[in-house]
Design a protein around this ligand. Structure first.
Ligand code: AMP
Ligand code: GLY
Length: 419
């Protein structure tokens, strides 16, 4: 099998690393990839966010027979449809199903039509109607831009002026939703699908805020854990029957089934789990701890999804996390999530081991071979142990070793689950 992984983040580094357990460099490609992957895969310098044709061409040139799509933009642009036309198998939804992530209006309509528990919401297209509605709401509500916004399209407040300001800006280019504010705790549930079978993976949790104790600005995610101890087997089966089964039935009924993964962002409320959002790809940074804990080789997973044999893999224990827990800590650039410092030389990098991986995101190697930062979130340092505490201790010992000017990280990733 020759595999091409699309994307350049720490999530994609984790996916490439997982494939590399059984695939040598001659069989593994990444586009565009990053410095962390360059020992494991051949990097192809194209932009999959902008150029489906270049992806298909790269597959032809390199004899690729399976494409694993990391990020959402190529999916929303229909890269899987283009690959299918060229007879190349892929992990990820076709363009229509990708709307479950790329249009919150489409996704809310899907949930309502299929009886999937979610926050009550109203859809708006015109400013006047939106203004009139905001005058009538009381307490905290959530305003959401419908289209992709890289985590910046959601605003929660009880301040009507602030809600109006945010929403009016959104309405200049897009539709929006005004949603009931839900309280509880969040978990990320990843469900693998092969078109016939599905497997719910152990729930993960990410830490979106920049500050300790979940305070401060929103980020792309400052760390993640897998599994989440408070999701007991009973709660997992409640999530399966209340959420996952109706989602699977809805996908089938609406002709939206695909071979890949659906990420269900849940709020665990007092009246049961409710869906906050769908993503149609693996989450970042949740994937980094999830893949360290997952016993299954990715080559086997890719083949099972392609050949509709996920059920067999599950029976073999490929997704059994018993005695395995992982914690990923993001190391970010000075200033992130605001304007951040770039091009810093990495002066100390921990050595990877089977229970400790440094997944790269924003890194390049300069002409002298020095590793330099290019992004806001530069690394996810991920530890694997028998418990979350042990995994976190390993991750943090390595985080303290990792050095570049101005680097910073949250010191409490996972702590609320074991501290
Ligand atoms: P979304 O992109 O829809 O997942 O929203 C991003 C984040 O905003 C979520 O992970 C939640 O932390 C928060 N959020 C979104 N919708 C709601 C809601 N209805 N109630 C409370 N928090 C929400
Ligand atoms: N961790 C959130 C996301 O991947 O969208």
């Amino acid at each position: 099998m020759k595999v091409l992984v699309l994307g350049s983040g720490a999530r994609e580094h984790a996916i490439v690393w997982k494939f590399s357990r059984t695939l040598g460099k001659e069989s593994l490609f990444a586009a565009p990839g990053n410095a962390g992957m360059s020992d494991l895969a051949t990097l192809i310098n194209i932009n999959p966010d902008k150029d489906n044709g270049a992806v298909v061409e790269a597959c032809r040139q390199n004899g690729i027979d399976f494409v694993f799509v990391g990020p959402e933009i190529p999916l929303a642009n229909g890269v899987v449809d283009e690959l299918a036309k060229a007879g190349i198998a892929a992990f990820g939804p076709h363009r229509e199903a990708a709307r479950l992530e790329s249009s919150k209006v489409f996704s809310k309509q899907f949930m309502n039509r299929n009886g999937i528990p979610t926050a009550e919401a109203r859809e708006f297209q015109h400013e006047e109607e939106f203004r009139r509605y905001i005058e009538t709401v009381s307490g905290k509500v959530v305003v959401k831009k419908s289209g992709l916004a890289a985590g910046k399209g959601v605003f929660e407040s009880s301040d009507k002026a602030a809600l109006l300001e945010f929403g009016i800006e959104v309405l200049k280019t897009d539709k929006l939703l005004v949603e009931e504010f839900l309280t509880g705790y969040e978990v990320s549930v990843f469900v693998l699908m092969d078109g016939k079978h599905y497997v719910m993976l152990p729930p993960c949790a990410d830490f979106k805020k920049a500050g300790e104790g979940d305070t401060g600005l929103n980020t792309g995610g400052m760390g993640a854990v897998c599994p989440v101890p408070c999701i007991t087997p009973e709660l997992k089966s409640e999530i399966d029957s209340a959420i996952v089964k109706p989602v699977m039935a809805g996908l089938k009924k609406d002709g939206l089934s695909y071979k890949g993964l659906i990420y269900i962002g849940l709020m665990m409320t007092e009246s049961g789990p409710k869906v906050l959002e769908f993503n149609v790809r693996f989450g970042d940074p949740e994937t980094q701890p999830l893949l360290m804990g997952m016993p299954c080789h990715f080559e086997f997973l890719a083949n099972a999804v392609k050949d509709q044999k996920l059920d067999e893999l599950e029976t073999e224990g490929a997704f059994d996390f018993t005695g395995r827990a992982a914690v990923g800590v993001v190391v970010a650039s000075e200033g992130y999530p605001g304007p951040y410092r770039k091009d810093c030389g990495v002066t100390s990098l921990p050595v990877n081991r089977s229970d400790l991986m440094v997944f790269h995101a924003g890194t390049v190697r300069d002409e002298e071979g020095v590793l330099r930062t290019t992004g806001g979130r530069c690394f996810t340092v991920t530890g694997l142990g028998e418990t979350l505490q042990e995994a976190a201790d390993k991750a943090y010992a390595a985080v303290r070793e990792l050095q570049f000017p101005g680097c910073w990280y949250r010191k409490d990733i996972g702590k609320k689950f074991f501290g």
